[in-house]
Design a binder for this molecule. Structure first.
Ligand SMILES: CC(=O)N[C@H]1[C@@H](OP(=O)(O)OP(=O)(O)OC[C@H]2O[C@@H](n3ccc(=O)[nH]c3=O)[C@H](O)[C@@H]2O)O[C@H](CO)[C@@H](O)[C@@H]1O[C@H](C)C(=O)N[C@@H](C)C(=O)N[C@H](CCC(=O)O)C(=O)O
Ligand SMILES: Nc1ncnc2c1ncn2[C@@H]1O[C@H](COP(=O)(O)OP(=O)(O)OP(=O)(O)O)[C@@H](O)[C@H]1O
Ligand SMILES: N[C@H](CCC[C@H](N)C(=O)O)C(=O)O
Ligand SMILES: [Mg+2]
Length: 482
């Protein structure tokens, strides 16, 4: 593609005929013909690498007007260079899957995009999802196949090239997670997005956003700016901020699909836990429908309803979509039953790593514990520190036995993280080593008890310093129970 075609002949000037070979936001990935995005980040200032990028062959640089770009190279000046770059890169990488949708919210994004992918597949679409579990597609045998990207929303170049790659593989429908970091950094946009969704808002990532208001603002941009103007919004209606999300969606002219006990499209009338799942009574199109959801916990019902909203908003018929819910497969690391101990206690692994998530996971398992609920959890290092005491208080209050252990300490001292949790968790036990902690919970559990190992879900490594040590809660639970 010629630079003139990509950014306009006037903007490209003398370089209009230059061939664009790629897009990069890291100067180490620049090759001759690359458009380089120079962004000011938290750790580095990308503008410091402009000279290096030009030396490596960049034909154009997207940067703030104040940035200095050597003569002879096109300076695409924009006060918000990340957004300008996303638009240019999307034009470069297009085409994308014809139906692309996105979900945001503190908890439930991964679960929702995975369920949307499954529902689409049941309707015969060639479907994929992008998020914390990586890029998930279906292999020729019909099995889900995930390729990890490292982050929930990878950088914009990886994101757009993955999306374009999915289209080349024949994927027609793609659902992606829009994390608040991703939204704040314009990491997942530029391409057409037909439907956007909201799950819930609670405390997380205040280390990055500072305040709950700023955190919400980052999420709202999905509805006010990222989604197509003639698009739709699927909104979990039971959250305290749902009304605000709906207002923004209406302002943008989106068609609303609201779900939940206060929802209008899919109204949850009744929810009854069963041994291996739950029965949902859902009012839709003026009738009440019964759905046997094969997943436990109110939170999974909520995510399933949001996913159903997406399936409806992208053209699914109500009966097919509700029928699909009864055939949903579990999402990895979300209330996943790892093992049943010799004494008969089930051990569940869940990715709860926020106060609200921990509460939701405990509430989900409570009806399944005839005797005690034993929870093993910790909190990640180099992340929002304020959530630590909140998680400690929830575990101490709601679980019968709480064991505080290490999550991913990253560069922090694990003992400091644990003590911040312990300070708010009277009666909790502290066992730093995660394997020993899981073993202690398993040894403690008797018949009628349930064990919850929270925080790491599907993760297969424990981040200690800058090393990732192999660690998988599901495997460890099986090993210590054997
Ligand atoms: C806080 C955060 O989100 N940081 C991400 C962000 O960094 P940044 O923009 O601040 O970048 P920076 O490192 O300061 O560098 C600035 C610019 O200089 C460039 N650079 C830098 C060095 C160099 O030699 N040459 C060069 O060109 C960089 O490519 C970058 O464009 O952009 C980087 C490149 O895309 C990401 O790798 C990095 O993720 C870090 C590793 C991270 O840990 N992110 C976590 C917090 C995150 O994003 N998590 C959310 C999860 C949210 C959820 O699901 O709950 C996620 O979406 O995964
Ligand atoms: N709708 C919900 N309401 C409350 N808690 C939830 C909900 N959905 C999920 N959770 C909790 O959050 C955990 C993570 O779920 P999931 O991975 O789907 O969320 P996410 O938004 O993708 O998280 P992340 O921000 O880490 O990407 C679950 O294991 C569960 O404990
Ligand atoms: N997307 C979340 C994942 C947290 C997972 C938890 N195990 C931790 O390390 O804190 C984050 O980056 O905050
Ligand atoms: Mg996720």
């Amino acid at each position: 593609m010629k630079l003139g075609a990509l950014i306009g002949v006037d903007a490209a000037g003398e370089q209009a005929e230059a061939t664009v070979t790629g897009c990069a936001i890291d100067h180490r990935k620049v090759a001759p013909g690359t458009v380089f995005g120079a962004f000011r980040g938290l750790a580095r200032n990308g503008e410091d690498y402009i000279a290096g990028a030009v030396e490596a062959g960049a034909v154009a640089v997207v940067a703030r007007p104040e940035a200095s770009v050597p003569a002879g190279v096109v300076h695409i000046a924009d006060a918000e260079p990340r957004r300008a770059f996303a638009r240019i890169a999307a034009k470069f990488f297009a085409p994308f899957p014809g139906t692309t949708v996105a979900v945001t919210g503190t908890n439930g994004k991964t679960s929702t995009v995975e369920m949307v992918r499954q529902l689409w597949r049941m309707q015969g679409h060639h479907a994929a999802s992008i998020g914390t579990l990586g890029v998930t597609t279906t292999d020729s045998e019909g099995r889900a196949q995930a390729v990890s990207t490292g982050l929930t929303t990878p950088d914009i170049v990886t994101f757009l090239s993955n999306m374009a790659g999915l289209r080349r593989e024949g994927v027609t429908n793609a659902a992606f997670e829009a994390s608040s970091h991703g939204l704040a950094q314009f990491r997942t946009e530029g391409l057409p997005v037909k439907v956007v969704g909201f799950t819930n808002l609670s405390r997380d990532h205040l280390d990055y956003h500072g305040t709950m208001e700023a955190y919400l603002e980052a999420k709202l941009r999905l509805f006010s700016e990222v989604v197509d103007r003639d698009g739709s919004a699927v909104i979990w209606a039971d959250d305290p901020v749902s009304a605000r999300v709906m207002d923004i969606a209406r302002e943008r002219g989106l068609k609303l699909f609201t779900v939940g006990t206060k929802g209008e499209t899919l109204r949850l009338v009744e929810r009854t836990p069963t041994q291996l799942g739950q029965t949902l009574m859902i009012e839709a199109e003026s009738k009440v429908h019964k759905v046997n959801l094969p997943l436990i916990g109110a939170y999974q019902a909520a995510n399933a309803l949001v996913a159903a909203g997406f399936a409806l908003a992208t053209g699914g018929a109500l009966s097919d979509v509700l029928g699909g819910l009864s055939r949903l497969q579990p999402v990895r690391g979300r209330l996943e039953r790892a093992v049943i101990t010799a004494k008969g206690a089930p051990v569940y692994v869940d990715y709860a790593h926020t106060p609200d998530g921990l509460q939701a996971a405990i509430e989900a398992l409570k009806p399944h514990a005839k005797e005690r609920l034993i929870v093993v959890f910790g909190a990640g290092g180099d992340r929002d520190t304020g959530k630590r005491p909140e998680m400690g208080a929830i575990a101490a209050r709601m679980a019968d036995v709480a064991i505080v252990t290490d999550d991913n300490p990253r560069t922090e001292d694990p003992a400091t993280i644990r003590s911040a949790i312990m300070a708010a968790a009277p009666g909790a036990r502290e066992v730093g080593d995660r394997r020993t902690a899981i073993a202690a919970a398993v040894a403690e559990a008797g018949e009628g008890d349930v064990v919850l190992v929270a925080g790491k879900g599907h993760e297969t490594g424990q981040i200690v310093g800058d090393m990732v040590l192999p660690f998988d809660d599901v495997s460890v639970a099986r090993e210590v129970a054997a």
